[in-house]
Design a protein around this ligand. Structure first.
Ligand code: C2E
Ligand code: CA
Ligand code: CA
Length: 793
């Protein structure tokens, strides 16, 4: 990583470089040299001494205007520098005007008379007034009303304090000493300009960072102070002196102005206006206190001297400064109190944000864990319970209806959860669609009751953005045992929740020891099944569908088998649910479909009409929901070179009932020519309704109606109804799970022609089943004769 030190890099200056600094410095030297010569009596006319000052001021004016033009200078600051430049230019002119007039008149020319001195005086006063005005309206950064008041009070304090000192030291004395010598007007003008200047300086140094660079402002403030000193000196140095103080002071003022302008330009180019001034600023904040101390010193001095005007003024000033500082302190403390209140509020908000969920405003995982820890520590465990509520299929809401609807749904669920528990219980959103509830002081039965209430409350659809959504949830309940930590409790609730999901959704389960192994077992099975699919551990077996009268095999059902490397044969009932949950059923089913089609095509080639006419394949709802299913099926049929009606898809009623798309897929497959069998018929929820909406060719009477079938039994009644219905609708009926000859007889008696079952043939691998492909014989041929020759396979 590269570390950049922007502060170390030398900042590039403005385009005009250091020239103005050099020029003004040269003018200071020139003025000093001239003054020395003048004192020695060789300096020429006194007016000549104003030329370096005028030139230096002109340079300063140019620099100020230049600073206004530097790119990056904020508009408010640019305006300030333009004003300042104009004022300084005016001041330069006011000095140049009389000097050039004098010089043109020649070394022995008359002293300036008539309008000239008046104009000069007017110009220079205007210039100073303009500077003060520009400084006073320097845009201040964004301040609160309280900060404004403090800035005002500070400024007034400094002005009164410093003004008093200066007045005491120079003017006061001068005023008292020679009130008639000088025009009181001059005194007044100079005095008020000085006070104004002071105010400007005070404001400039006291205010926080605004658009004008604070460093530049402080440098300007210094130049104003030098100006003040110059004025003060002028009032005590007699006009007859060889050198006027202004002739020496002015180039210095100009140079400070140039430095200030340069500072602003550099800051703007560096893009750091107002930065880095914090520390300096803090020490300037002490200025009012310095002013206070100064007035106190004056007070001491003045009270030691006799009672005169000076003492009166100083006492009045001291009182003024003291009250100002007091008022300021009061304003500051009031402001601080408000600030503290604001900060407290902010802190509160931040803390809330840190441990609450932004969407639902429920506690988040961190706060939930903290509360759980506290509860476990406080109430010796035992009566603490946690519910872990996980929404079922929330992802599909997000995916199909959008995140805004998903958010609304979560909000709705959060509201329901809160209604289901007491106010003192904690409801938290632990992640995406997972919520936690912490119950205190409850018996295990109470915790389960709460879980039941949650499920019941979710039975009413939740309104989310125009949609009325029925959310289902799986809930894991865990009750703290002795010495349980929050981690254990949460993990147990998680395992119970997972088991509830396995159990079928919209269920709650309470954690019991040993549950973890089941859940883990399922997870492990999923991983192993994945390997099995890719590693060739799965293979198909085939069970014939037989003509009950002639014994002829007319079809074949494909059933999957798994030879587990460790556990040996694993039955479909054990792994089909896992395959469905993990989605592995989709690639597995696709593979099996191709296998089955390929196998039937081969039998047709090798056994002709002695082999089965159709091949049945079981298809789960998850497969039917795949958009590619119809296309994949047609492709498998065509690839094997079969006719579409050679294939029978066996679907259960439950898998078809999951949605409109599934029926639509079945219609497409059926339109292609593939036959559809309703498997386990009679066990579903709306067997009859399905016959209307779903394309069907075959009904497979579930084994439960065949078991123990006999005259007068309920099974017999249903079996009869099913076969009648099939006949009426022109469908084939197949009786499943025939294990005895008795059942064959009864079933044929009530009208069944087709059957399947161990009594007729067990499911067998391809190489064994071919032994059954023999010319038709009597129905009693239920046990295959191994002597029958098997060609091919
Ligand atoms: P199913 O589709 O109802 O298949 C019939 C089940 O009954 C098979 O069990 C079969 O071996 C068994 N069976 C047949 N005759 C008799 C009998 O006389 N007595 C008894 N007790 N059982 C008999 P299997 O192979 O264990 O399959 C169980 C279920 O697993 C199947 O029920 C089917 O729903 C599912 N299944 C099997 N293979 C697949 C497959 O490849 N894909 C899908 N999606 N499901 C499959
Ligand atoms: Ca079946
Ligand atoms: Ca069945």
């Amino acid at each position: 990583m590269r570390i950049v030190h922007p502060g170390r890099k030398r900042a590039a200056g403005p385009a005009w470089g250091r020239l103005p600094v050099v020029l003004t410095a040269a003018m200071i030297l020139t003025a000093t040299a001239w003054a020395a010569a003048q004192v020695g009596g060789r300096g020429g006319p006194k007016a000549l001494g104003w030329l370096p000052a005028a030139f230096a001021l002109a340079t300063a004016a140019a620099a100020a205007i230049g600073a206004a033009r530097v790119p990056g200078v904020p508009p408010g600051a640019a305006r300030f520098w333009r004003h300042l430049g104009a004022a300084v230019a005016l001041a330069a002119a006011s000095l140049a005007l009389p000097t050039t007039a004098l010089l043109r008149a020649g070394p022995a020319g008359d002293p300036p008379a008539g309008w000239l001195p008046v104009a000069t005086e007017l110009m220079s006063s205007t210039a100073v007034a303009l500077v003060v005005w520009a400084l006073l309206r320097v845009p201040v950064g964004r301040l609160t009303p309280g900060q404004w008041v403090r800035l005002l009070l500070d400024t007034v304090t400094v002005v009164v304090g410093v003004g008093l000192v200066i007045w005491y030291a120079s003017f006061g004395a001068a005023f008292l000493a020679r009130p008639v010598d000088d025009s009181p007007w001059t005194q007044l003008v100079v005095g008020s300009l000085l006070l104004g200047g002071l105010a400007a300086v005070a404001k400039a140094v006291l205010m926080g960072p605004g658009p004008v660079d604070p460093g530049a402002l402080r440098t300007l403030g210094m130049s104003l102070l030098v100006g003040g000193c110059s004025a003060a000196a002028a009032s005590v140095v007699p006009d007859t002196a060889a050198v006027a103080p202004g002739q020496l002071f002015t180039p210095v003022i100009a140079m400070l102005t140039v430095l200030a302008a340069r500072r602003q330009a550099v800051a703007a180019l560096r893009g750091s206006t107002g930065r880095g001034a914090r520390r300096a600023e803090r020490s300037y904040r002490l200025l009012p206190y310095v002013a206070l101390a100064a007035t106190d010193v004056l007070l001491l001095l003045a009270t030691r001297a006799g009672a005169d005007l000076r003492r009166t003024v100083v006492v009045a000033g001291a009182i003024a400064v003291t009250s100002l500082v007091a008022v300021r302190q009061f304003a500051a403390s009031a402001d601080n109190a408000r600030l503290v209140r604001q900060l407290r509020g902010q802190e509160e908000r931040l803390r809330h944000q840190a441990d609450h969920d932004a969407l639902t405003q429920l506690a988040n995982r961190g706060l939930f864990a903290d509360r759980l820890d506290a509860a476990l520590a406080g109430e010796d465990g035992q009566r603490i319970a946690v519910l872990l509520v996980d929404l079922d299929d929330f992802k599909s809401v997000n995916d199909t209806l959008g995140h805004a609807v998903g958010d609304q749904l979560l909000l709705g669920v959060a509201g329901r959860l809160r209604q289901c528990v007491r106010p003192e219980d904690t409801v938290a959103r632990l992640g995406g669609d997972e919520f936690g509830v912490l119950l205190r002081g409850v018996a295990p039965a109470d915790a389960e009751a709460a879980a039941g209430r949650v499920l019941a409350s979710l039975a009413t659809p939740v309104d989310a953005d125009e949609h009325r959504l029925l959310v289902r949830a799986s809930i894991g309940v865990a009750v703290a045992g002795p010495g349980d930590r929050s981690g254990t409790l949460l993990r147990n609730a998680d395992i119970a929740m997972y088991a509830a999901k396995e159990r079928g959704k919209s269920v709650y389960l309470r954690y019991v020891p040993g549950m973890a192994t089941n859940v883990l077992e399922h997870a492990r099975l999923g991983a192993q099944l994945r390997e099995a699919i890719h590693g060739g551990q799965l293979y198909p077996v085939f069970q014939p569908v037989t003509d009950l009268i002639s014994g002829r095999i007319i079809g074949m059902e494909t059933l999957v088998r798994w030879t587990h490397p460790v556990r040996g044969q694993v039955q479909p009932v054990e792994f089909i649910p896992t395959a469905e949950r993990t989605g592995l059923i989709v690639p597995m089913g696709r593979w099996l479909l191709a296998e089955a089609c390929g196998r039937l095509a081969r039998w047709k080639r090798e056994y002709g009409e002695h082999g089965p006419a159709t091949i049945g394949v079981n298809v789960s709802g998850r497969q039917l929901a795949e958009p590619r299913f119809a296309a994949d099926t047609a492709a498998a049929v065509l690839a094997a070179g079969l006719e579409p009606h050679n294939l029978v898809l066996e679907v259960t009623e439950d898998s078809v009932l999951t949605g409109g798309e599934v029926i639509e897929t079945l219609r497409q497959v059926h339109a292609f020519g593939v036959k559809i069998a309703l498997d386990d018929f009679g066990t579903g929820q709306s067997s009859l309704g399905l016959l209307r909406s779903c394309p069907v060719d075959i009904l497979k009477l579930d084994k439960s109606f065949v078991d123990g079938i006999a005259e007068g039994t309920g099974q017999a009644a249903i079996a009869t109804a099913v076969v009648r219905m099939a006949q009426a609708l022109g469908l084939d009926a197949v009786a499943e799970g025939i294990e005895e000859q008795k059942q064959v007889e009864f079933l044929t008696g009530i009208g069944y022609h087709l059957g399947q079952g161990y009594h007729l043939a067990r499911p067998m691998p391809a190489d064994q089943i071919v032994a059954l492909f023999v010319p038709a014989g009597p129905a009693a041929v239920s046990v295959p004769s191994p002597a029958v020759p098997a060609t091919g396979s």
